[in-house]
Design a protein around this ligand. Structure first.
Ligand code: ATP
Ligand code: MN
Length: 522
């Protein structure tokens, strides 16, 4: 950079000092007076200074000046005073040299090999700026003149060979085959990077081509799998396009005002909060806050639920005829019917607003978009805890006797604390007590409830077996859980046989309201 600066300031100085030097007695003799003497007006003239400087620059940096149009250091170029500009220019010069070296190395590396390695990515100067690449080097941009570019693979005519005698070339010719293989790479999936091999006169052996083909196909399958996963993950969040359309329709019809957000993503469903709208003047009013339970359309989680529904006499007829998608709708339908039954019996639970396929809209338990806490989360004082216990006990009895239902997933996770009382939710898996495993489910519920309240200091809380007896009215003699469970299973078996032998009227689910069968072990 320094020489440039010197060049910039030298000419005027030299011009002004010129005459003084010629008069001085210098030990090396008088310098040859090369400067043209000029008047003071000339010395002060900016125009002249510019011209002189330009001349100097031209002599000192011919390439640089030719690249940049106009004067380099001074003149019309406004950036000339900027160090940045100078630095950039020098950098450019450096880059150009670097790239030229890179090209030489590349050439050396590749030699005469038909398969070449490109160093292009290491280049510093953008090919567009690079105007002075010499003829014998590859033009980086214009592949029409690419010396490495392959001719079109020679096609062999139908007869399978060309030429005669010694010069005969058959379709099995190594070179022809190799070129053909290269050209066939174009058939690989577009995502599969084949490099610039296609453009070169590259001859792939059958062995190499087949390996590449194999890889291309497996890559294709892998990417398809990834894609599939993505699709599934949307489904896992339950808002696949079909669901979105259902939700959109609910908003569009005015039934819902807005869907505000997601409350929970559980194993089997996603629950959203929505502000209620209205369903028309004479329809029943929509609650101001709604919960939308979207049953997941992925089937994985429901597979292990088969036992709940398959043996439920209400569904027995239909289950065998249904495809998995319909079965998921059935879960939603089941939750709706169960909630309706519970509301009828006066059990605090969400009120059903509507059911559309696998999307169930119900009243929201909570306030201002904040769902009521689960019993698991809420900190209750001992009085409230005791109150909660007695309420749960009562609800279990109501559920069993009045609704003829066993919750089958009752725990502190599916009970909400709202308005000073317990609300039951999540009843899609609930079954009738006569379900082949209904009593086992009830016993499990009792165990969860009993353990939770005992752990939380409710001394009045009954043990699981006592609770079971109080809820179901069934009395077993066993004094330990294992035997108790064995007695339960035995009774279930008796009931099952009874149903099979006496051809109990199998009620269709759609009405779902006839008198449910009851147990008696007395
Ligand atoms: P999980 O697998 O977590 O039990 P799930 O698929 O069984 O979920 P639910 O238990 O019915 O679905 O609901 C999940 C959560 O969504 C509940 O724990 C509760 O916090 C919230 N929720 C569900 N229904 C309502 C409702 N009507 N009002 C307020 N919150 C609700
Ligand atoms: Mn739940």
């Amino acid at each position: 950079m320094d020489p440039v600066r010197v060049a910039a300031v030298t000419p005027p100085v030299e011009a002004s000092q010129g005459p003084a030097w010629s008069q001085s007695k210098c030990p090396w003799g008088a310098p040859k007076n090369t400067t043209i003497s000029c008047s003071l007006a000339d010395v002060m003239s900016e125009q002249l200074a510019k011209e002189l400087q330009l001349e100097e620059e031209n002599a000192a940096f011919p390439e640089v000046v030719s690249v940049v149009e106009g004067p380099f250091i001074t003149g019309e170029n406004v950036d000339t005073s900027s160090d940045l500009m100078l630095a950039q220019m020098l950098q450019m010069e450096f880059d150009r040299e670097y790239d030229a070296q890179l090209r030489r190395e590349e050439k050396k590396f590749n030699g005469d090999s038909k398969v070449s390695i490109s160093f292009e990515n290491y280049r510093k100067v953008h090919p567009f700026e690079d105007s002075d690449s010499s003829e014998d080097e590859v033009d980086w941009q214009d592949t029409r003149h690419d010396p490495y570019r392959a001719d079109k693979p020679t096609t062999t005519p139908k007869k399978g060979f060309i030429g005669k005698g010694k010069d005969i070339t058959t379709k099995h010719d190594e070179v022809v085959c190799g070129r053909k293989n290269t050209a066939r790479m174009e058939n690989f999936a577009p995502e599969f990077q084949v490099g610039d091999g296609i453009g070169m006169d590259l001859k792939l052996s059958n062995h190499v081509f087949n390996a590449l083909k194999q890889h291309a196909y497996s890559e294709e399958r892998r990417s398809a799998r990834l894609h599939e996963k993505k699709e599934h993950s949307t489904a896992e969040k339950a808002v696949d396009p079909k669901t979105r359309l259902l939700l959109y329709k609910m908003v569009n019809s005015g039934m819902l005002e807005t869907i505000t957000g997601c409350i929970s993503t559980g194993k089997e469903s996603v629950v959203f909060h929505a502000n209620g709208g209205s369903m028309g003047d004479d329809a029943k009013p929509v609650p101001s806050e709604c919960a939308i339970k979207v049953f997941k359309t992925t089937l994985n989680e429901f597979k292990n639920r088969d036992k709940y529904i398959k043996d439920d006499y209400r569904f027995k007829d239909r289950f065998s005829k249904l495809n998995p998608r319909k079965i998921i709708r059935m879960w939603a339908e089941k939750e709706m019917h169960n909630l309706t039954r519970m509301r009828k019996a006066g059990i605090p639970c969400p009120e059903v607003v509507t059911l559309k396929k696998h999307v169930l809209v119900m009243s929201f338990i909570g306030q201002d978009q904040v769902p009521a806490p689960k019993l698991k989360e809420v900190k209750l004082n001992s009085e409230d805890m005791k109150k909660a216990y007695y309420q749960v006990l009562h609800m279990m009895q109501q559920l069993y006797k009045e609704c003829s239902l066993v919750h089958a997933d009752l725990s502190e996770y599916n009970m909400l604390w709202h308005g000073g009382q317990v609300w039951l939710i999540d009843v899609s898996q609930s079954v009738e007590p006569t379900h082949p495993h209904g009593l086992e489910f009830l016993f499990r519920d009792c165990r969860n409830v009993s353990q939770f309240f005992q752990k939380n200091g409710v001394s009045e809380a009954l043990s699981d077996r006592e609770l079971f007896s109080v809820v179901s009215g069934l009395n077993f003699t066993a004094d330990n859980d294992a035997d108790f469970l064995a007695e339960i299973e035995a009774l279930e078996k008796i009931n099952e046989d009874h149903i099979q032998n006496h051809g109990k009227k199998v009620s269709s689910f759609s009405s779902g309201e006839e008198d449910p069968p009851t147990f008696c072990n007395k």
